[in-house]
Design a protein around this ligand. Structure first.
Ligand code: BT5
Length: 254
């Protein structure tokens, strides 16, 4: 028996609006359609496999069929709180993994959830506008449940839950995660979101190499990850004493 199926999901999710796909391009694509069709907050789209699963900046998300929990969750936060959505995703996942007894769970800026220093989950918030009107935000989440990375290029940087705990039922994982997402999305805009997210950052005060990415430029910076601001900007202190504000990018530990 597979741990994710239309029948199991229907009986566990009850009245929550949801869709399950054995295969889809990307759950975020389908979420966009449902958001535009006025689907309620908390609607969730789940897939067993994605043919065009994506990360930030057009990158590819690796997720062989049957191996991951992949979902998109719909929210309509106040426009001033859309920056909280990625934080909510990472925070909800980190709390869920903690509650499963997994050790060394932390968040690496901007929103990777790690076990030790390896990525177990990626978060992809996508904001949907109609003109200058906010329609809502799609929170895409991919968790490696039993992906075998041994022969992959990600062998050194990625990890699955199956590497640290014996067995995971993806439906149980989903239910626990949705519970956390419901709680934290209701708190979007409150200072509690940033405080809880910030307390789980695992790279503050560490030496890092950062690629700072803007619309037209990419800049490499090496220094210490000094702070992350409530707006989510990473502050890097370089050896010359300068402090640089990084809005979007990636970090590798230096
Ligand atoms: C992310 O992007 O980490 C966001 C990933 C979001 C995936 C979910 S799945 C459900 C929903 N539907 C979608 O289409 N996407 C979302 P980013 O920070 O850009 O990280 C991408 C990078 O992580 C890649 O370039 C690889 O280096 C690495 N990577 C790819 N697959 C991975 C995996 N399964 N585990 C760990 N690292 C991975």
């Amino acid at each position: 028996m597979t741990d994710l199926s239309t029948e199991r999901l229907a009986s566990a999710l009850g009245t929550r609006r949801h869709e399950f796909y054995a295969e889809i391009t990307s759950t975020n694509d389908r979420a966009q359609v449902l958001l535009n069709e006025n689907a309620p907050n908390g609607t969730v789209i789940i897939a067993d496999s994605q043919t065009r699963g994506r990360g930030r900046l057009g990158r590819v998300w690796l997720s062989p069929a049957g191996s991951s929990l992949m979902l998109s969750y719909l929210l309509r936060p106040p426009v001033t709180s859309i920056g909280h959505v990625g934080m909510i995703g990472a925070l909800a996942v980190a709390e869920t993994l903690d509650a499963m007894g997994i050790k060394e769970v932390g968040i690496k800026w901007p929103n990777d959830v790690q076990i030790g220093k390896r990525k177990v989950c990626g978060v992809l918030p996508e904001v949907v506008w109609q003109g200058d009107q906010l329609i809502g935000v799609i929170l895409g989440i991919g968790i490696n449940v039993r992906v075998d990375f041994t022969t992959s290029a990600l062998a050194e940087t990625a990890i699955s839950l199956s590497n640290v705990i014996p067995q995971v039922d993806r439906l149980d994982l989903l239910l626990q995660l949705l519970h956390k997402l419901d709680i934290w999305s209701a708190a979007a805009g409150s200072t509690d979101v940033f405080a809880a997210w910030h307390s789980r950052l695992n790279m503050l005060n560490a030496p890092v190499n950062v690629v700072s990415i803007t619309a037209n430029t990419q800049e490499m910076l090496s220094g210490v990850a000094q702070e992350v601001t409530p707006e989510g900007a990473l502050m890097i202190r370089t050896p010359d004493g300068g402090v640089h504000r990084v809005i979007a990018g990636d970090i590798a530990l230096g």
